[in-house]
Design a protein around this ligand. Structure first.
Ligand code: PXP
Length: 243
């Protein structure tokens, strides 16, 4: 089914809870296996430069244990490139990273950082890793992704998730236009950031979007209903929106 919308479950914040006490639990690898059993199509983990949640050991254990694809979120640095080349995840999503931010605050400036990104993307692609660029829904960024030879972009839905009313409608239009432009140019479109049961529908309904990456909400919801149930319900919301 070409129209199928994949769900990537981001398990970073299972590690946030673990690291709050420096204990060995809850284990993000166990979370990944529960998410997979509940219908996740992939697992996403962001190895930040400051290792505030996911650690190098988590990436090694996920790489060894996962039966579904791993999408490694990473900053465009030599250190992260080395780690990606060592573990060879199915995909690497390049994100901007600022040490002081609470979460990824916006898309990558693929247009402005073209010269730095080009060799890094080439190395990842040569290693057989599917490169995705996390970008704002802007034509200039999509144009840069095309010129950089990125096979995938992930559209930043954080702004959409934070606003209401007419502003949200306008942002949704920007996201749909960007998805259409990317797909027309042969780029696979993913989306993510800030998605919940309440706001996922319109994003899931954009026909060119092939994968959603969702984390913080699912890990929070897991406290109340369990991770498996949270993933199953998200899957249902996505399928319903897809029609
Ligand atoms: N996609 C990217 C590129 C991200 O950086 C994040 C946050 O780590 C997500 C998706 C998931 O966002 P959220 O945790 O808000 O669902």
């Amino acid at each position: 089914m070409t129209d199928f919308l994949r769900l990537g479950v981001n398990i970073d914040h299972v590690a946030t809870v673990r690291n709050a006490r420096g204990a060995g639990y809850p284990d993000p690898v166990r979370a990944a296996s529960i998410a997979a059993a509940a219908g996740a199509d992939g697992i996403t983990a962001h190895l930040r430069e400051d290792r505030r949640h996911i650690t190098d050991d988590d990436i090694a254990r996920l790489s060894a244990a996962l039966t579904i694809p791993l999408n490694l979120e990473m900053a465009a640095t030599d250190e992260m490139l080395g780690i990606a080349l060592r573990h060879r995840p199915h995909a690497a999503c390049i994100v901007p990273e600022k040490r002081e931010e609470v979460t990824t605050e916006g898309g990558l400036d693929a247009a402005g950082q073209f010269d730095r990104l080009a060799p890094l993307i080439a190395r990842l692609r040569d290693a057989g890793i599917r490169v995705s660029l996390f970008v704002e829904p802007e034509a200039a960024q999509i144009d840069a992704a095309i010129r950089l030879g990125a096979p995938v972009i992930e559209l930043h839905t954080g702004r959409y998730a934070e606003i209401d009313g007419d502003a949200r409608t306008a942002e949704l239009r920007r996201l749909s236009d960007a998805a259409a432009l990317a797909a027309k140019n042969g780029i696979e479109v993913h989306a993510g950031h800030g998605l919940t049961f309440d706001n996922v529908g319109p994003i899931a309904a954009i026909p060119q979007v092939r994968e959603l990456n969702i984390g913080h909400f699912l890990v929070g919801e897991a406290l109340f209903v369990g991770l498996g149930e949270a993933v199953r319900r998200m899957r249902e919301e996505m399928d319903a929106a897809r029609g």
